[in-house]
Structures are given as C-alpha cells and as structure tokens.
Design a protein around this ligand. Structure first.
Ligand SMILES: NC(=O)c1ccc[n+]([C@@H]2O[C@H](COP(=O)([O-])OP(=O)(O)OC[C@H]3O[C@@H](n4cnc5c(N)ncnc54)[C@H](OP(=O)(O)O)[C@@H]3O)[C@@H](O)[C@H]2O)c1
Length: 298
C-alpha cells in the first residue's frame, strides 16, 4: 500500500502543532496554516483538497475565541459550521476520512455525571452553537468521519489556561479563579496521540468496518476538576517554571468573573465509546499535565 496523503488544516494551532508531531512518519503530511487554507473561503478549500487528493483530512482549524464569538457570529459560523460541511463533501468525493474536533460546550452543563454522545446538545453560547452546527453539517454528508468532542484544551504552545497561569503565577501573589465550572483539562499532546491511534485503526480496517465506526466520539483526559482546582495543581506541579513563586489561589463563583459568553457548569465527557469502539484511552488529566510541564521544562 502506498503511504497515505494526510491534509492537516490549522497546522499552527495547539492541536495542529501536536498533530504534526504525532503524524510524522505516518505518510505524506501536508500541513496548512490559515495562509494556505483559509476556512472562511470555501472555494479555495475545495480547490486545495481536489489538488492534494488526501486519504485523510485532519481539521484542527477553528474559530476558538469563545468570548469574541458572541459579537462575531458570522465569521465563527463560517469557520466552525460552513467549512466543516465543505470538508465533509470534498472528503466524501474522494472517499477520504475526515477527522474533525468539536467541543464540550455543545452541552448546557445541567448534568452532574459525564455527558455521553447521545445526550441532547443545547449550547449556551455562540461558539458552542457554531461547533454544533459544524457537527451537523458533517453528519449531513454521507462520508467517513470521526468527530472528536474534546474539552479545556491546553498545551506547550498557543493561548491557553496553563500558560496564562504560569505567567500570572510568576507575576502575582494572589489569583482569583472560578471554582463552579467543572470539566476535564485535556492536553494537545494527548489529543494528537489519541487521534493518531484512532486513524491507524480506521485505516487498517476493511472499508465496511471502518464505515461502521464513523461518528461522534468524546475524547478528553480522564477525571474532572474546576478551573480553580486546575490552577492549584499547576502551581503545585509547576516547579522551576514558576521561578520559585507560589501564588495563593482564591476560589470564586462564575458571577464574580463575568464574561461575554456563558459557560456550562458541568461539561465532563464520558470517553467510554472511544474506548469500546476505537480502543483508544486518554490518561488522567494530572498525568497529561505532568507531560506538558516536562516538555516546557526540557
Ligand atoms: N481550545 C479549547 O479549549 C478547546 C476546547 C474544546 C474543543 N476545542 C476544539 O479543538 C480544536 C482545536 O483547537 P485548538 O485549541 O488547537 O485551537 P487553536 O489553538 O485556537 O487553533 C486553531 C487554529 O485555527 C486556525 N484558524 C482560525 N481561523 C482560521 C481560518 N479562517 N482558516 C484557517 N485556519 C484558521 C488558527 O490560526 P491563526 O493562528 O492564524 O488564528 C489556529 O491555528 C478546535 O476544533 C476547537 O474548537 C478546543
């Protein structure tokens, strides 16, 4: 079999960067950032896919500014909802596998136990609604796809909670962090690793059995914690990255930290389907955090 061609979109994002590492040696990876593949321009996207003729499309590009999306609905919808539909149509034409990421923010947070794939989504904000519309646009096309809903993404590079906490931890003596939103911090490294395992499985199987695995999967690190608990763990494990400082963390309620977008109170995802159908398991969030901290310290 010839090496598969993989088209990676959003190559410089948190997940995109780690996908480049995880898929190195997998086949011929064509990594595109926004300047090569702009998801707000569907015609260009179609041309690119027809030119490259990939067997796998990894879509790590998205409009991820949750608060800004509240006042930028049109662009968020173009990138998060319209473009995934275009990708699905082009993937189906080529019988390629489309891998796409969605979010825990498709849920309203009203449950108190982990959300499963068949729970009814009811997003509380524009970002969540645009991501849900993207899932539906992909599902409306009859093609092979994996939609991975993940949560609270952070990693060694990009704009994320971990790097913000490490910076603030070096600058301030006290921080006030929201304690009534519960989720599962998930590292970009763990997402990329799990994606590679899932794609390996899909490509190693007969087409019919890989078709039957098409669908939505929850993909997050194991366990749960509040943002405040996550911050405390970062400060207790951060070591030299904090330059010897140890800020005091005060727990606050969401009402004390108003944001343009409302967030769900409980958005932990159950990963059982991912494990039982694709044989993929992610580590507990604390282990994944240590892995990222080690990378930052290296
Ligand atoms: N971050 C989270 O907490 C979180 C939580 C749940 C799910 N997810 C989902 O996980 C996936 C990966 O997220 P991430 O954390 O890796 O996001 P990220 O770091 O913000 O990366 C997103 C990438 O998309 C690119 N992009 C934005 N607009 C684009 C456009 N019009 N055309 C092409 N590329 C564009 C960005 O490029 P520029 O750098 O040029 O802007 C960036 O490289 C996304 O589907 C996201 O919705 C993320």
């Amino acid at each position: 079999m010839t090496a598969p061609v993989v088209l990676l979109l959003g190559a410089n994002g948190q997940v995109g960067t780690e996908l480049q590492r995880s898929f190195a040696g997998f086949g011929k990876v064509i990594a595109c950032d926004r300047s090569h593949a702009d998801l707000s321009r569907p015609a260009g996207l179609r041309n690119l896919i027809r030119e490259v003729h990939p067997q796998v499309i990894l879509n790590a590009a998205a409009y991820t500014a949750v608060d800004r999306a509240e006042s930028d609905q049109e662009l968020a919808t173009a990138i998060n909802a319209t473009a995934p539909g275009v990708l699905a149509e082009e993937a189906a034409r080529l019988d390629a596998l489309l891998v796409h990421y969605s979010t825990d923010y498709v849920f309203n947070g009203a449950k108190t136990s982990p959300w499963i794939e068949t729970d009814t989504p009811a997003p509380l904000n524009v970002y969540g609604a645009s991501k849900l519309a993207g899932e539906r646009a992909i599902q409306a096309v009859d093609g092979r796809h994996l939609i991975f809903r993940t949560s609270w993404v952070y990693g060694p590079h990009g704009k994320n909670f971990l790097l913000t906490m490490l910076r603030l931890g070096r600058e301030r003596d006290e921080l006030r962090i929201v304690d009534d939103q519960i989720g599962a911090p998930t590292s970009s490294l763990a997402i990329a690793h799990a994606t590679r395992s899932a794609v390996d499985k899909m490509l190693s199987e007969a087409p019919l059995s890989s078709e039957s695995r098409t669908g939505i999967y929850h993909l997050s690190c194991e366990g749960e914690v509040s943002w405040c608990g996550f911050a405390r763990e970062i400060f207790s494990r951060g070591g030299a990255l904090l330059h010897g400082r140890q800020p005091c963390v005060a727990a606050i309620q969401s009402e004390e930290y108003p944001t343009p977008a409302i967030r769900p109170r409980y958005s932990v995802l159950s990963n059982e389907k991912l494990h039982s159908i694709l044989g993929v398991k992610l580590p507990p969030w604390q282990i994944a955090l240590d892995e990222v901290l080690s990378r930052l310290q290296a």
